[in-house]
Design a protein around this ligand. Structure first.
Ligand SMILES: [Zn+2]
Length: 216
């Protein structure tokens, strides 16, 4: 990670979000402070502010920042990972959005603010503004069926098992049923997802699917 890049990108971010500061603690860059936004994603103008912390990983910008809400406003059940960081969406989707504008400003505007907006919206209206954010495991099944372009849940389960176990073996037969080896079929997609999502991320989905009984 390039120090100059972080400082340059932070300056761009602070020009719009003046409540944020950048610091380096024990070799790790982070951004914290009050994020004030006005946004209108779902036909409702919302102005709100959240205390946030963004940890910038060593591999940035190959990986996105890890975001936390530090004002204890957003409860655990609202799309958070176990260790408390915000689940901004499926990791690959977050990455795709970030890679369109791979800067700190891009991350805040395209990934973080929509998430905060949706929580503010929920508080004001009692429902979520975007259907896709209320995913749950069934929504995730649909998301990954689309992503992998597999129709049967049985095939998907094979691919999710690989992700949940975190063990990639390119020579095995691809679980999608194509009869090709994994590396010549869904392997590259699986590897791309593994870059952004650790096996733990798929544990709940894996358990959910294995208990569900699989329509083939
Ligand atoms: Zn395949």
């Amino acid at each position: 990670m390039e120090q100059g890049l972080i400082i340059e990108q932070f300056d761009e971010l602070r020009a719009l979000y003046s409540g944020l500061t950048l610091q380096k603690t024990d070799g790790v860059w982070d951004i914290q402070g009050l994020l004030v936004f006005i946004a209108n994603f779902a036909e409702q103008l919302i102005e709100d502010k959240y205390s946030i912390l963004l940890l910038i990983p060593e591999s940035y910008p190959e990986c996105v920042p890890v975001a936390y809400e530090t004002g204890n406003r957003i409860p655990r059940y609202f799309h958070k990972y176990k260790e408390g960081s915000l689940c901004l969406g499926e990791p690959l989707a977050v990455w795709k959005t970030f890679s369109e504008q791979p800067t700190l400003l891009g991350f805040v505007q395209k990934n973080l603010v929509p998430y905060l907006y949706s929580y503010s919206y929920l508080c004001q209206n009692g429902k979520l503004p975007f259907g896709e954010l209320s995913h749950g495991e069934l929504g995730r099944i649909e998301y990954y069926q689309d992503l992998f372009n597999v129709r049967s849940e049985h095939s998907l389960f094979g691919l999710i098992s690989i992700l949940a176990q975190g063990e990639y073996r390119g020579h095995i037969q691809c679980p999608c049923g194509s009869k090709k080896r994994l590396r010549y079929c869904h392997g590259p997609q699986v590897l791309e997802i593994m870059r952004f999502a650790p096996p733990g991320y798929f544990k709940v989905l894996y358990q959910f699917m294995s208990q569900r009984g699989m329509p083939i």
